[in-house]
Write a new protein. Structure first.
Lengths: 333, 798
């Protein structure tokens, strides 16, 4: 693997931390300006990702289990209360009915979700509920979803969530920086968020549904990674268009490009609108094809979802019993 | 059985097989004439609406190339079988043509719907017989087949209103290849039936099954007996069809080698011919392209259908600065390609169609390595039980290498670099072929500058292998001629109702040229006329003939009218070079060409009296009018924007054919000459004209009109002499792109035969025309002959 491109040789880069954090790199505007994305070609590629590959039977069951482990089980509603967050956390610990776990023969795998994702106010509830489970709590932050509150407040919000026990912070970028092409401003902002995160891993939500073009998606992805994002994430779930495969193709390719330049592997999280088990498989296939098997694990891949889990449970039950399943026979999220 | 827990760790792809049971059952149900062998079915020909056992009782096997299992036995078509099918098609033709367009549209619509209803059976059958992945047959071949019949149901409906004055060609023989067996059925049959022809189809011997299944579909759709017939067999069957005297048109898709044989076999037969042949299509990557998308484009270009695609982007031309990066990305992508059972829904590539093809690929790859190119294949291995070949990339390939020139027709990509857009175009065009090209750049100025410069019938911008019924497909140069799809494709199955009027077939000109009347005013002192020397007209200059011979031209009254130069091969050679040197004419604006044509007309009119003395007033006046007609057309022969199902535009651009040889009719010494030269040059061609052999003086005088009319040097060249001999030299010339010949039957045959050398498009006729009649002497037919349609696909979106 090439550590650095020729262009970056000699440029000081922060050392890779023990926990595989993204060290980031200085903003390189030549790289940003050199990015090219052809939307029609990307859409053709995205369209064939679900048609070129498929998994069936045992393979499908295994892949769906993997999808569960990569899931950021999420609730981000105005009416969230400790009550529903507790329920979510309970589900996070036991995402599958025990009889299905047994039938699949995967009891020893200790299947649980990748993280639980909530607003700051619910972080303490979630942290308490998940204690000892090994499941991290992720907090959406920085004025989620629009990200337009005062900058100092956004930094404070990150610090407060980390202090409250969140191990992962999903920040939102200022979309205006992208739409105006102000890459230095975006870089400075994300860098500051990253510094505020401290030991917590940072996922940068690009709000791709607001970014207008795939070229903007590519540029924003690259700047966020240069600024130290550990994950890049498609959407808040609140934009009119959320996680869609063409956007995923572009972001995955940028991750590949960044890794080629720096050697750092950045995670990817699609979020918003992922409700069906088939969609989860499509995203896994996209990861495997565009990036490789390392991106099929929670360290580098997360699916932001909530209703998705129920559909995966139904599909797994169908695999076990041969009968089509009903949602109400699975404990609700 | 792998356990879920283990698969959870490995996260590999498992098998995802499509069942072959329904397709095998369908095969089994068929048995023409008792006792199907080998557990598989046995198929006869489909003639006159029903199955017919082969007259000679011979069958051959068709296999599944992924397993080598025999799928079925299929009838070997003999002359007698072809005869029977042609007879049926002939009998059906009048009734089919007599139906209303709406009635034919209903049949085509029914075919489209039937194909959709049986789509999975057809997809599986195609995959079994050909070895291509089920994903492709399911998602591409079969949907395109249905789309083709839908689209042509529309042309059937609109035939009379959109093609007034045109009639079906008649009985059509269609010979199709094995790489897209059913899609080629659709491409051939849909326009033929829409135009009201009747059809005898000969599918490829490796892949006859879907065509036979389609025959059943036609039966179910209620197509009248004899309208569509299938005769299966090998090359001998195809030969019998090509040579059958009662077939009025041959449409062939396949290799250039066989295309050339067919061109020769049909020469002088009067059969209409379209050929869609091989290619070595360039895939051009400029440094500002989206390289990751380029990689997927390459996958779609050369690893689609195992590279067994006539328009496969098999020559990767990369701008030097990004070549290494692209190679690196390509290799990484190739590692991830999956080759395996074609019925597995998660493979990228299936099996090569037959052992002979696999051997060809292997042999050419070995040759490539021997010649010093760097070969790379992914680390994984192909299945060993069937005929598989891995994706292969050659770098450090020189244009002189065999693998850079020869069509491999397999999953083998050769890569070369270029420095500038100009060099990219030169490399792209450095091939006898001209089927397709793909151009990758994010700079629209560059893309749209390069596309017209490419010698290719189809150009895809930032895309590749896009097909649709609404867009024409077909080649330049030795990739064949004619178009399939769209309005341009419909013309190939129609002929002018004016054909067959005129003065009758086999007519040879005997029209006497009028004697010179009153050329010399009475002089008080009788003087001998001033001697006049007619030379050749080459490169804008009057040139003495190479050999220094002249021929005497005698009038109808036996008087010697003059002497003209006796042109020979070398004069033709010089004229062709001059015509090429004038290629800027093709890039000039229609407005400029119109001005030149008007100016020619003006100068001819000024000398009308003098020309009238030679050929009569009517011919001169009509010639002036005709020049006006094509001056009018010069800036109006618009292309089209086709309605293809992409977000983008598909431009059908009319381009000049290039350098045209023209052998003018012997009658109408001036008007015949003008009627052919004017449309040719109006659309930007440069021409070498052999005027009327017995009456060349109007043409030799006419070049002095050209000299005064601002015609750029080399655009129109005139060579007098023995017409048929000169026409043959022109037809044989590899650097002449097209040849028009109006003369006798022997000359037609000679021209068509000779044209096979470089597959130049010919328009050769021994049928006389009344050139004075604008319905016969001018119009769109001439313009279509003078142009090639290039379809440029431009997807967009940011």
């Amino acid at each position: 693997m090439k550590a650095l491109s020729d262009r970056l040789r000699g440029v000081p880069v922060r050392p890779v931390l023990k926990d595989d954090r993204n060290p980031g790199m200085p903003l390189d505007l030549d790289v940003i300006r050199g990015l090219r994305v052809n939307r029609s070609a990307v859409e053709r590629r995205a369209a064939t990702i679900p048609t070129r590959r498929t998994v069936k039977k045992e393979w499908q069951a295994a892949w769906l289990l993997r999808a569960i482990t990569c899931m950021d089980l999420t609730t981000l509603q105005g009416d969230d209360t400790p009550g529903n967050v507790l329920r979510l956390c309970a589900k996070a610990r036991r995402p599958l009915r025990p009889d299905l776990i047994d039938a699949l023969g995967v009891g020893h795998l200790d299947i649980k979700v990748g993280a639980v994702c909530v607003y700051h106010a619910l972080v303490p509830t979630a942290v308490a509920a998940l204690e000892g489970s090994g499941i991290p709590v992720a907090a959406v932050s920085t004025g989620f979803p629009a990200g337009l509150s005062p900058f100092a407040q956004r930094l404070e919000e990150v610090q407060a969530s980390v202090a409250a026990g969140a191990q992962e912070i999903d920040i939102v970028i200022t979309r205006a920086h992208v739409l105006t092409g102000d890459w230095p401003a975006l870089y400075v902002e994300v860098r500051a968020f990253r510094d505020a995160c401290g030991r917590a891993h940072m996922k940068a939500i690009l709000g791709t549904g607001d970014l207008a073009t795939l070229t903007n998606v590519a540029c924003a992805s690259m700047v966020a990674m240069m600024a130290g994002a550990d994950f890049i994430k498609t959407s808040t779930g609140k934009e009119p268009v959320n996680a869609v495969l063409p956007v995923g193709v572009v972001m995955a390719r940028m991750i590949r490009e960044y890794e080629m330049r720096t050697g750092a592997a950045i995670g990817f999280k699609p979020a918003g609108g992922i409700r069906a088990a088939k969609q989860a498989l499509d995203w896994l296939i996209l990861m495997k094809e565009e990036l490789g098997d390392r991106w099929l694990k929670p360290a580098l891949f997360r699916l932001g979802a909530s209703a998705l889990l129920t559909d995966i449970e139904r599909q797994l039950e169908h695999f076990v019993t041969g009968r089509y399943a009903a949602a109400h026979r699975h404990p609700m999220v | 059985m792998a356990t879920v827990a283990k698969l959870f760790e490995t996260m590999e792809y498992g098998p995802a097989p499509e069942s072959d049971a329904p397709a095998l059952e369908w095969i089994k149900q068929h048995d023409s004439g008792g006792g199907g062998g080998g557990g598989g079915g046995r198929f006869g020909h489909f003639i006159n609406g029903g199955w017919a056992a082969p007259a000679e009782g011979q069958y051959f096997e068709t296999i599944n190339p992924a397993t080598k299992a025999v799928l079925a036995k299929v009838a070997q078509g003999s002359k007698a079988d072809v005869d029977a099918a042609v007879t049926a098609a002939h009998a059906a033709a009048p009734g089919w043509a007599a139906l209303t367009p709406h009635a034919r549209a209903r049949y085509l619509y029914a075919l489209a719907r039937e194909v959709q209803r049986h789509s999975r059976l057809l997809a599986v059958l195609e995959s079994l017989d050909n070895g291509k992945p089920i994903r492709e047959t399911r998602d591409l071949d079969i949907p395109l087949v249905a789309r083709h019949f839908y689209h042509h149901a529309g042309w059937a409906q609109l035939r009379d209103s959109e093609f007034p004055g045109y009639v079906p060609v008649g009985v059509v023989g269609q010979i199709i290849p094995w790489n897209f067996p059913l899609l080629m059925v659709a491409w051939k049959v849909a326009p033929a039936l829409a135009a009201a022809n009747t059809v005898i189809l000969k599918p490829a011997e490796f892949t006859p099954l879907t065509a036979l299944c389609f025959a059943e579909i036609a039966q179910a759709a209620g197509l009248p007996p004899g309208v569509f017939n299938v005769v299966t067999g090998d090359g001998a069957t195809g030969k019998a069809l090509v040579e059958h005297p009662d077939v009025q048109k041959i449409a062939f898709t396949g290799s250039t080698e066989v295309g050339r044989i067919i061109r020769k076999a049909t020469a002088g037969s009067g059969k209409k011919l379209t050929l869609e042949l091989g290619g070595k299509s360039p895939f051009i990557v400029f440094e500002d392209a989206d390289l990751d998308s380029v990689v997927e484009g390459v996958v779609d270009a050369i690893w689609f259908n195992q590279g067994q695609v006539c328009c496969a982007g098999s020559r990767l031309l990369v701008q030097e600065g990004v070549a290494d990066r692209l190679t690196q990305k390509l290799r990484a992508r190739m590692e991830k390609l999956r080759v395996g059972s074609p019925l597995d829904k998660a493979v990228d590539m299936g099996a090569i169609v037959a052992p002979v093809q696999l051997e060809r690929i292997r042999g050419l790859v070995e040759r490539g390595v021997e010649e010093g190119a760097k070969m790379w294949q992914p680390s994984w291995a192909c299945p060993t039980e069937g005929y598989f070949y891995p994706p292969t990339l050659f770098t450090d390939v020189s244009p002189a290498a065999t693998i850079a020139q020869v069509e491999i027709f397999g999953p083998v990509l050769v890569s070369m670099t270029f420095r500038t857009p100009k060099e990219a175009v030169e490399l792209a065009n450095n091939t006898p072929y001209g089927l397709a090209a793909s151009v990758w750049t994010e700079n629209i100025n560059l893309a749209l500058d390069v596309a017209p410069k490419l010698k290719a019938g189809v150009v895809w911008i930032n895309s590749t292998n896009l097909f649709d019924a609404a867009a024409g497909f077909g080649g330049y140069r030795e990739s064949g001629f004619g178009r399939e799809g769209g309005r341009e494709g419909m013309w190939e199955y129609l002929k002018s109702g004016e054909e067959g009027r005129g003065k009758g077939e086999g007519y040879t000109a005997t029209t006497p040229a009028p004697a010179i009347r009153g050329t010399l005013p009475a002089s008080p002192v009788p003087l001998p006329p001033i001697d006049r020397t007619y030379k050749l007209f080459i490169g804008g200059k009057q040139a003495r003939p190479d050999q220094g011979y002249s021929r005497t031209i005698v009038g109808s009254d036996g008087r010697v009218l003059g002497e003209v130069a006796e042109g020979n091969r070398k004069d033709v050679r010089n004229a062709v070079e001059a015509a090429h040197a004038a290629d800027g004419w093709g890039r000039s604006s229609g407005h400029l060409r119109a001005q030149v044509l008007y100016f020619i007309a003006e100068n001819l009119a000024t000398r009308a009296e003098e020309f009238a003395a030679r050929v009569g007033r009517e011919e001169v006046e009509t010639s002036v009018a005709r020049l006006f007609t094509y001056a009018a057309w010069a800036d109006k022969w618009d292309g089209a924007v086709h309605h293809t199902p992409i977000r983008g535009v598909t431009l059908a651009m009319n381009e000049p054919v290039g350098v045209l040889g023209i052998a003018a009719p012997d009658d109408f010494p001036l008007l015949g000459f003008v009627s052919l030269v004017a449309p040719a040059v109006a659309l930007g061609n440069t021409v070498i004209v052999v005027p009327s052999e017995p009456h060349p003086l109007a043409a030799t005088e006419f070049y002095t009109v050209l000299e005064t009319s601002d015609v750029p040097d080399g655009v129109i060249n005139v060579i007098t002499g023995a017409k048929d001999a000169l026409a043959k030299v022109l037809a044989e010339h590899d650097d002449v792109d097209g040849m028009w010949y109006f003369g006798n039957a022997a000359g037609v045959k000679a021209v068509e035969l000779a044209s096979a050398a470089n597959m130049k498009r010919t328009w050769a006729s021994a049928r006389s025309r009344d050139w004075l009649d604008p319905r016969q002497g001018e119009g769109r037919e001439f313009l279509r002959r003078a142009s090639e349609v290039k379809n440029i696909w431009i997807p967009y979106g940011e």
